[in-house]
Design a protein around this ligand. Structure first.
Ligand SMILES: NC(=O)C1=CN([C@@H]2O[C@H](COP(=O)(O)OP(=O)(O)OC[C@H]3O[C@@H](n4cnc5c(N)ncnc54)[C@H](OP(=O)(O)O)[C@@H]3O)[C@@H](O)[C@H]2O)C=CC1
Ligand SMILES: O=C(O)C1=N[C@H](C(=O)O)C[C@H](O)C1
Length: 262
């Protein structure tokens, strides 16, 4: 039992929480030590079967796990992160929608513990992040940049964390100021398109798990890079890989580029 990694999952009743519980069972070297929910509602079938305890207070679980995986909301994640830092537990954060000051808090805690933070844990999107570094540098400013993202009707934050990460990568590599060059497409915007802008468009509806399309639109050609998640397993599998990778890390703020070594 020495090399077994004990994982705790917050938000276990949620879409990502449920997916993580299902995916984690494929891994032999991992034990789902416990789950933490806001309020106990029901027994989750596959948890009950394995006699996993459900807790409402993370402090009660602190001696049960090595690494926490958290996909909840910014407020809950920051509370859990504070406790992890207090008790020296590493954490994988998948929650999106953090404000700048909240991101600074995550950074501060990474001086004490190790954190993998990613707006998207799928391999595909992380490959696209890398591809965009080159694409943004190679294509000159005559190409207009537009990002379109589409998610299920229950998604709260907008634009998606992934769309914002994509925009930041493009802006950084084009040496544009992200805040100044971002434009959110809505009714009031009129006039012809300005150069050196990144346009964001958002669709919410149905059960769409996650779609992102990045367009570089030129006068002679269009380059379109797109990704579609067909199942939440792609995110949970990446997050579990990140947790395994985090096991012996002492402190620092990491992302999937480090985990996947790309
Ligand atoms: N990085 C990535 O690859 C991905 C990131 N995400 C992000 O993950 C987050 C969660 O998404 P999703 O699973 O769809 O959302 P859900 O709303 O389905 O799940 C969130 C869960 O967190 C629970 N929760 C909220 N507050 C607390 C708390 N204080 N303690 C314990 N549990 C709490 C909620 O409980 P209750 O229902 O009782 O309120 C809910 O079960 C979002 O920010 C989303 O954008 C999603 C997919 C992939
Ligand atoms: O809330 C979701 O569902 C997703 N959120 C992440 C994001 O905001 O980018 C990742 C994925 O697209 C699904």
């Amino acid at each position: 039992m020495k090399n077994i990694i004990k994982i705790a999952i917050t938000g276990a009743y949620g879409r990502m929480g449920s997916s993580l519980i299902k995916t984690i069972q494929k891994y032999k070297n991992i034990k789902l030590a416990c789950v933490i929910v806001k309020q106990k509602k029901k027994d989750l079938f596959n948890i009950k079967e394995k006699k996993i305890k459900i807790y409402e207070n993370i402090k009660e679980t602190i001696n049960l796990f090595d690494i926490l995986i958290d996909f909840t909301n910014p407020e809950s994640t920051l509370k859990n992160l504070k406790i992890c830092a207090q008790y020296n537990k590493n954490i994988v954060i998948g929650t999106t929608g953090f404000k700048k000051q909240e991101y600074d808090i995550i950074k501060k805690h990474s001086k004490k513990i190790s954190i993998v933070l990613s707006s998207n844990f799928s391999i595909g999107i992380n490959l696209i992040f890398e591809l965009l570094k080159h694409t943004s540098k190679i294509l000159n400013d005559s190409y207009d940049v537009e990002i379109l993202e589409s998610h299920h009707r229950n998604k709260i934050d907008s634009p998606s964390g992934t769309a914002l990460s994509i925009g930041k990568i493009i802006a950084k590599n084009k040496k544009w100021n992200f805040e100044k060059c971002s434009i959110y497409r809505k009714k009031e915007i009129t006039n012809i398109r300005k150069k050196n802008q990144i346009g964001f468009s958002i669709i919410r509806g149905g059960n769409t798990i996650g779609k992102h399309k990045i367009m570089f639109l030129g006068s002679e050609e269009n380059i379109v890079i797109s990704h579609q998640a067909n199942s939440r397993n792609t995110f949970s599998d990446g997050a579990i890989k990140a947790a395994i990778w985090l096991k012996d890390k002492k402190q620092g703020l990491f992302n999937m580029k480090h985990v996947l070594k790309i």
